[in-house]
Design a protein around this ligand. Structure first.
Ligand SMILES: [Zn+2]
Ligand SMILES: [Zn+2]
Length: 364
């Protein structure tokens, strides 16, 4: 089963068609026609505001599909437009994970969070992982929320010097490749891993590519915003980014178009998945499923460091302490921080087939 699954997976990925991604050195190099292209498929959910349990409203089935993709509702051949107990329960779990008021209703804050672009990896993998598990840490007198994939897949002990390569079909400048090198270095600083770029895409441990739409692994990208990227759990090494996004390499993004996405921020997050971390409900953590639009978020938080060091230990040559400036806030502190305007986020995620692939190929 495992080998058959792997062959199928490999075949699918060989069919994938990497593209020339929209990558810009800075925000001023983003063409105006891209600035105006801000329509996201998830904007449709706004019309569901105020729906109540028992209501039957056109579009609720699409919301159920969204929640299914992120692990909140079991898969079903066809979802109805009924606001049923299953949807209410899923919303409560979603609200718990994103530190929202747990109402089971489609209130403003919940809809705002749902519409944010995000990582393609589900928050709940195979109904058995949780991104809000709440592990008390006496070390920081706070609560950590890092998570792992079911079965806690990790890179074998004899593989700590990993290689990475870029899909040859994606012409990337040295500047862009440098963004990924910096992202890898952030994880290397707190783990026993080293990461080296090589030319051979076929033999590299980690294979990075920009793809558009359906790219052969059952997890099609969705154009501007929405899903930004996804990556497989260890030891797969597949790291895919949505080539339709406006990726920005460097500079201040605060005045950028709402669709501008900081490449390094997304790369740091996805590398966390490649090493075995799932999502965290700590909003400041790199492994939080979404990232505020036009914001750069590249520093590992203590939640990220505690999580990855539980899997692999620290860097034998470096400072193993989690960053003090980004210590995990208390639940109360996080609640206070959400009282401001709901942030417009970018993000990353995965979906069921990817999860199924991970489960089938690497966890059994
Ligand atoms: Zn993710
Ligand atoms: Zn993919």
């Amino acid at each position: 089963m495992k080998s058959i699954g792997f062959i199928i997976s490999l075949s699918l990925l060989l069919l994938a068609n990497p593209i020339s991604a929209h990558i810009f050195p800075n925000i001023s190099s983003i063409p105006s026609w891209l600035n105006n292209n801000t329509k996201c498929a998830w904007d449709q959910f706004q019309k569901l505001k105020g729906c109540r349990p028992g209501d039957r409203v056109n579009g609720l089935s699409n919301l159920k599909t969204y929640l299914k993709n992120f692990g909140y509702i079991p898969s079903s051949p066809n979802f109805s437009d009924l606001f049923d107990p299953l949807l209410q329960s899923a919303l409560k779990t979603y609200q718990t994970n994103f530190n929202l008021n747990v109402t089971g209703l489609l209130d403003d804050q919940t809809l705002a969070q749902i519409q944010l672009p995000r990582c393609g990896i589900p928050d709940i993998v195979n109904a058995s992982s949780s991104m809000n598990s709440g592990k008390p840490t006496t070390r920081f007198h706070s609560v950590s929320h890092y998570s792992f994939f079911p079965g806690r897949p990790i890179w074998p002990a004899n593989r700590r010097d990993l290689t990475y390569a870029f899909a040859p079909e994606n012409p990337l400048s040295d500047e862009v490749k440098g963004v990924f090198a910096r992202a890898f270095a952030r994880w290397a600083a707190v783990t026993p891993f080293t990461f080296s770029a090589i030319d051979s895409f076929r033999t590299a441990d980690i294979r990075i590519g920009f793809y558009a739409g359906d790219h052969g692994d059952g997890e099609p990208f969705d154009g501007v915003m929405g899903t930004l990227a996804h990556a497989f759990s260890p030891p797969s090494g597949h790291f895919h980014l949505d080539g339709d996004e406006s990726w920005v390499v460097s500079g201040d993004l605060r005045s950028a178009p709402v669709t501008a996405i900081d490449l390094e921020s997304v790369a740091v997050h996805e590398i966390g998945h490649l090493l075995g971390l799932g999502h965290s409900s700590v909003e400041e953590s790199i492994m939080f499923p979404t990232i505020t639009s036009r914001m750069r978020k590249v520093d590992l938080a203590s939640d990220d460091v505690l999580g990855i060091q539980e899997l692999y230990g620290g860097n034998p040559n470096g400072n193993q302490s989690p960053p003090s400036s980004t210590t995990t806030p208390s639940v109360q502190e996080r609640d206070v921080s959400r009282n401001g305007a709901a942030p417009r986020l970018l993000s990353f995620w995965w979906s069921p087939l990817l999860v199924a692939a991970v489960e089938l190929f690497f966890l059994r």
